[in-house]
Ligand binder design. Structure first.
Ligand code: NAI
Length: 328
């Protein structure tokens, strides 16, 4: 099959070429998929898209007219895809639901530990021969209450890690996970989770019911000095409200791997560019905020699994097999 990759990076090429056992014809475009780049899809049967590619009705209609039959998302989230439009224009959409839940859960832990033990500051200090411990005091995770919102594949992996750290784990999800309950996780209401947790970690998808889950009203309920971790999707947090909560001291720490407006910034080297986004610029000035650029998934194990499952999705499409990886 002829497949066009959008938003592709060197590592996409490396892993997709390595696992291309069926010898598909691969073309890698560095540009993202947008209305003005959609014409690049002409002549391809499938396009392989990533988290910030635009799969709106305008783009889907355009690529359908160029003969594209299949969209394979090389990610778990599919909030960027207009599924009504894909159905209307007869395009199947597949995703990779759980390539490595542990990769994202471990990254959430990395954000927590960096913020709680200030290892990023220690690293810079030591490189300048500053061996002082002043202001590097942190806090133990052991004994803290951690609230997990969304207990799917990643949320489950994260709960297990936090239980292992000796934390008390509260969870909120639209459906209770009995396996986690048996391990000692307590499912509570969203309000109770916000009020009782010192660390809150978001692992639910972005959809109309979760958009701005963490807004001014939610921040007013959290413990003063609480930590919020978001490795899920930027739109779960109203960033302006988060800035306000940080300035007030209501929010004590913020660790984010995703950001509402990340499409304009993440995965790009903008080191010589004047950033126009004043909200992320403000966030970057806080000493208690840690930002990574959507790298939660970024382990060798996960990249290999993404390539393997994407090729399996293509094989299933070719054979007309409907699997759970089809997004509707
Ligand atoms: P999943 O589909 O296995 O689990 C999502 C969970 O959220 C489910 O248990 C579901 O019931 C729950 N949920 C849905 N609506 C909810 C609501 N309104 N309130 C509370 N819970 C709700 O998804 P998975 O694999 O655990 O991924 C979670 C999210 O992580 C993805 O949607 C994606 O946005 C993000 N992600 C981030 C990555 C990164 O590199 N930072 C990589 C992969 C995924």
């Amino acid at each position: 099959m002829k497949i066009a990759f959008f938003s592709s990076k060197s590592y996409d090429r490396t892993f997709f070429e390595k696992h291309n056992d069926a010898e598909h014809e691969l073309t890698f475009f560095e540009t993202s998929l947008e209305p003005h780049t959609a014409k690049l899809a002409e002549g391809f049967e499938a396009i392989c898209a990533f988290v910030n590619d635009d799969l709106s009705e305008e783009v889907i209609q355009c690529i359908a007219e160029f003969g594209v039959k299949l969209i394979v998302l090389r990610c778990a989230g599919f909030n960027n895809a207009d599924l009504e439009a894909s159905e209307k224009y007869g395009l199947k959409v597949y995703r990779v639901p759980a390539y490595s839940p542990e990769a994202v859960a471990e990254h959430a832990l990395a954000l927590i530990l960096t913020l709680s033990r200030k290892t990023h500051k220690a690293y810079n200090r030591i490189r300048e021969n500053n061996f002082s411990l002043e202001k590097l005091n942190g806090f133990n995770l052991h004994g803290k209450t951690v609230g997990v919102i969304g207990t799917g594949a990643i949320g489950v992996a994260f709960c297990k890690i936090m239980l292992g750290m000796g934390c008390k784990v509260l969870a909120y999800d639209i459906k209770v996970n009995e396996e986690l309950e048996k391990r000692g996780v307590k499912f509570v209401s969203l309000v109770e989770l916000l009020e009782k947790s010192f660390i809150i970690s978001l692992h639910c998808p972005l959809n109309p019911s979760t958009k701005y889950l963490m807004d001014e009203a939610a921040f007013s309920k959290v413990q003063t000095g609480a930590m919020l971790i978001n490795t899920s999707r930027g739109g779960l947090v109203n960033t302006k409200d988060a800035v306000h909560a940080l300035k007030e001291g209501k929010l004590g720490y913020l660790g984010i791997d995703v950001y509402e407006q990340e499409g304009d910034l993440f995965f790009k080297d903008l080191s010589e560019v004047v950033i126009q986004d004043d909200v992320i610029s403000r966030l970057m000035t806080f000493p208690n905020v840690l930002i990574t650029a959507h790298q939660g998934f970024f382990t060798n194990e996960a990249l290999a699994e993404i390539a393997t499952v994407t090729y399996q999705n293509i094989a299933d499409f070719e054979q007309g097999i409907e699997t759970g990886n089809v997004v509707k």
